[in-house]
Ligand binder design. Structure first.
Ligand SMILES: *[C@@H]1O[C@H](CO)[C@@H](O)[C@H](O)[C@H]1NC(C)=O
Ligand SMILES: *[C@@H]1O[C@H](CO)[C@@H](O)[C@H](O)[C@H]1NC(C)=O
Length: 389
């Protein structure tokens, strides 16, 4: 009897998962749809048609503030599409000549909070999915690398806010991506420093600001890194990916892999994973994970936050490039105390962290000329079940 009942329950659940609805395709212009099937509730946001001007982005992108008219954002028609229609508008970020993370230029950044707070909640782990389409200008010069958007969850107060370089990331994590020399890709993960780098100090900071703009957070990231006097060699190979022998040596230095202990990581052959307490954990750098310029790419991330408890290793993160799996990490701790950390409703807000610039923290990253990247097809969802793969 018991067996029958549980078998019934299981099959009901399985049916629910299998027949999960595909998200409504015409929730246009940033609406959020909520659909439920069995115990699963799917919150879904997507922007299929961008507005005509940057100042109108605030609504569909659910931004806390508006984007400055003099930012390096622009709305343009799809630079490589033959037809033209409304849905062809794209967001374009400009990287002015000589710009990099530390330059005075306005970086292209926003934090988007499209999903309601109840879209992520305990007591069961929830999946978060992010998707965006991205086009590097034909002939894009990769230089040494740059940041790409990802998911951000949780908040930290004071000087560790931001879940980025040098911070403690005890109560938050971010899953930004990066491009590297020659267009190689990587996942640039910031998660609990006390878990992954137990012996590292956390950057001290003099000011304490609680409500920051992303721009302020990025400046702070820079200051923290400066304050820690990070030597340059810690970060990148000089000669492109995997070609520089001294980099290879550093990469196989056990110290550079200590943070990866306990993780089950699948990446493409030839890629590297590296631990850097200040610049985050680089996962799946290079190998088959490579961007091309002049081509629309689809970047999709699926994350499950680890369960409640102290450092429970059951988090999950997958990255797809153009529907091909490029990174999968299991037994992951994203939040030190799991989703319990986000019981505070204010911290439960799932964020789309859009920050893109060249860097790296020094001038060797700067672009010699004006360059752009175009973006469209922003989508974000949460679900109790992983219904996407
Ligand atoms: C959604 O798409 C259907 C079919 O294309 C159309 O009939 C309907 O008006 C659309 N709804 C909205 C809200 O755009
Ligand atoms: C992007 O890739 C994901 C993962 O494979 C896929 O589910 C999605 O449909 C793709 N989106 C587009 C617009 O092709």
């Amino acid at each position: 009897m018991h067996f029958l009942l549980s078998a019934l329950l299981v099959s009901t659940l399985a049916a629910a998962v299998v027949s999960a609805p595909t998200p409504a395709t015409n929730t246009t212009d940033g609406d959020v749809s909520i659909s439920s099937l069995g115990s699963n509730i799917l919150y879904h946001w997507e922007v299929s048609h961008l507005p005509t001007s940057v100042s109108q982005l605030q609504g569909p992108l659910h931004l806390a503030g508006s984007i400055d008219a003099d930012s390096n954002f622009a709305i343009v028609s799809d630079p490589i599409s033959k037809q033209s229609s409304n849905s062809d508008r794209v967001l374009r970020t400009l990287y002015p000549a000589h710009s990099y993370s530390g330059s005075k230029d306005k970086h292209s950044s926003f934090i988007s909070t499209p999903l309601p707070k109840e879209a992520f909640s305990g007591p069961k782990s929830r999946f978060i999915r992010l998707e965006y389409l991205m086009l590097f200008q034909p002939g894009f010069e990769w230089i040494r690398g740059g940041k790409l958007p990802g998911i951000l969850l949780g908040t930290e107060q004071g000087c560790n806010a931001g879940c980025s370089g040098g911070g403690s990331a005890e109560r938050c994590f971010s899953t930004r991506m990066m491009w590297r020399p020659q267009g190689y890709g990587e996942l640039y993960l910031h998660a609990s420093k006390s878990v992954y780098f137990p012996r590292e100090k956390v950057a001290s900071c003099k000011r304490s600001l609680d409500r920051r703009s992303l721009e302020a957070l990025l400046k702070l990231e820079q200051q923290r890194i400066d304050a820690l006097h990070i030597p340059e060699y810690d970060d990148e190979p000089e000669q492109g990916l995997g070609l520089d022998e001294s980099f290879q040596k550093r990469a196989i230095n056990p110290e550079h892999e200590a943070c990866l202990k306990g993780l089950r990581i699948k990446t493409s052959p030839g890629s590297l994973n590296m631990c850097n307490p200040n610049y985050g954990i680089s996962i799946g750098r290079g190998g088959a994970f490579k961007f091309q310029s002049g081509k629309w790419h689809n970047v999709t991330q699926i994350v499950r936050v680890n369960s409640k408890g102290d450092a429970v290793r059951d988090g999950y993160l997958a990255v797809y490039l153009d529907s091909q799996p490029v990174i999968q990490v299991q037994d992951l701790i994203l939040l030190r105390r799991g989703y319990d950390e986000v019981q505070d409703p204010a911290s439960r807000q799932v964020k789309f962290m859009f920050s893109s610039f060249l860097g790296g923290h020094d001038k060797s990253y700067q672009t010699p000329k004006d360059q752009w990247i175009a973006w469209k097809g922003f989508k974000m969802s949460t679900s109790l079940e992983n219904i996407w793969e």
